[in-house]
Design a protein around this ligand. Structure first.
Ligand SMILES: Cc1cc2nc3c(=O)[nH]c(=O)nc-3n(C[C@H](O)[C@H](O)[C@H](O)COP(=O)(O)OP(=O)(O)OC[C@H]3O[C@@H](n4cnc5c(N)ncnc54)[C@H](O)[C@@H]3O)c2cc1C
Length: 400
């Protein structure tokens, strides 16, 4: 290993949408905290982890106020992305339907009330209204249907790149193909001293932010830091739908059929399923393609909600990794006992839509010692040891 070659005020590890958003937000608020020299290290290319496989659905239906508020505030940024950050995030407003079955009705109503309490525009609509919003859909079996008029989807890689582009313009140094190997602490272990790269460079810094997605537990374990995060594999399919029967449709989540879906481009329908998960030990080694078992399982479930999909053409499928926490909520916190060490991970199947506010709040936490815009204490790391977990929703972790 070489000696000190560089110093930085903050080093962000991971160039997914979270790392890029944090770097950009830190750079944009430098006048408040004075952390001028910011370096982002990415082991491969920007968005090459979960971000590049994300379905990038943007919806507000969550089971807790903290997630709903993060999503709602983030939606404002997605809708005004060019003015606030610059560049393109690909926000596409489609509206969003959430279908509940009879068993989920009480939680569904309670969750909608929670979402409304933090300002989310959502409400229960009639089956007739849903049928009008989504031609070709089967709606009669749903016990209740919620509609979010401003939700939709965006481009996850594009969003990460837009944050990175603005970050670079503000002076952030982004190093691709540069894995961080270790965080070095002071002799007594009480504070961050440097980040070492796998190539042997040492960046002296007092602040290290771990935003390494599915790699997080593996990266932190050799430092003696155990975090309850696992990488799980999830598949996504694209169908070419018959446009005469389903000309367009909103995005949606179907709690009874355990699927989420959204339109993609002009004539495709994307479907994913948050509750099938295979644990992956090494985030660099997992099956990238959709499996026949998944196709056989999920296709009929989508066709229950959108019957003409039964005869649609399957165009392709792929898989990506979630980073799951025990309550399907992220961890956004400092690591107790090591000054200057921060953790931002565990977004399960739903982090993309939160990424604008995640970056802003992490920048507040790092720069001022506290996230001021909203209370993120429900996302503290210690909640697992304290047994104070968040409500994980319907057992369908994309809606946690
Ligand atoms: C199939 C799929 C569908 C999804 N659908 C949605 C959705 O519809 N809506 C939604 O909101 N969310 C969705 N998500 C979740 C969302 O994509 C993730 O929560 C989000 O992308 C997480 O971003 P991240 O930056 O934390 O992680 P990542 O994107 O994984 O980024 C982590 C980065 O860290 C890098 N890294 C790791 N170790 C190191 C190291 N030692 N040194 C340097 N760099 C390192 C990796 O290469 C990677 O680029 C989906 C995810 C998947 C996989």
């Amino acid at each position: 290993m070489t000696g000190a070659t560089e110093t930085a005020d903050a080093v962000i590890i991971g160039g997914g949408v979270m790392g890029c958003s944090i770097a950009c937000n830190l750079a944009l608020t430098v006048a408040r905290h004075g952390l001028r020299r910011i370096v982002l290290l990415e082991r491969d290319t920007l968005g090459s982890g979960s971000t590049g496989r994300s379905s990038a659905a943007i919806r507000m239906h969550y089971s807790t106020a903290v997630n709903a508020e993060l999503a709602w505030r983030s939606l404002h940024i997605f809708r005004n992305f060019g003015d606030i950050i610059g560049g393109e995030c690909g926000y596409t407003r489609t509206g969003y339907l959430v279908f509940a079955g009879p068993d989920d009705l009480d939680s569904f109503r309670a969750n909608i009330a929670t979402q409304q309490s933090v300002g989310v525009s959502t409400g229960i609509i009639s089956a007739a209204d849903a049928a009008e919003l989504a031609p070709g859909f089967a709606v009669a079996d749903a016990a209740a249907i919620a509609y979010e008029p401003y939700s939709g989807h965006a481009d996850a890689s594009g969003t990460a790149y837009a944050y990175a582009t603005r970050a670079r313009a503000e002076g952030v140094a982004i190093r691709l193909q540069t894995p961080a190997a270790a965080i070095e602490t002071s002799a007594d272990g009480s504070r961050v001293a440097a980040v070492r790269t796998a190539a042997g460079a040492r960046i002296a810094t007092g602040v290290a932010v771990v935003a390494t997605g599915p790699w997080t537990a593996r990266f932190l374990a050799p430092h003696g830091i155990d975090v309850p995060l696992i990488a799980t594999r999830h598949e996504v399919l694209h169908f070419r739908r018959p446009l005469d029967l389903v000309p367009y449709h909103p995005g949606g989540a179907d709690i009874s059929n355990r699927i989420y879906f959204r339109p993609e481009g002009q004539d495709l329908t994307l479907v994913g399923n948050g509750n099938h998960s295979d644990i992956v030990d090494d985030p660099e080694v997992f099956a990238q393609r959709a499996s026949p078992a998944f196709i056989q399982d999920v296709w009929p479930r989508l066709a229950r909600r959108i019957p003409p999909i039964a005869d649609a053409e399957l165009v392709h499928g792929y898989a990506g990794l979630y980073t799951n926490s025990p309550d399907s909520h992220p961890i956004m916190d400092r690591i107790a006992g090591v000054d200057g060490l921060y953790l931002c991970s565990g977004f399960s199947g739903h982090g993309f839509k939160l990424s604008p506010m995640v970056g802003a709040l992490m920048a507040e936490l790092i720069g001022s010692g506290q996230a001021a815009t909203m209370d993120i204490s429900p996302l503290r790391l210690s909640r697992f040891a304290e047994g104070d977990l968040n409500n994980a929703g319907y057992g369908f972790d994309v809606l946690a």
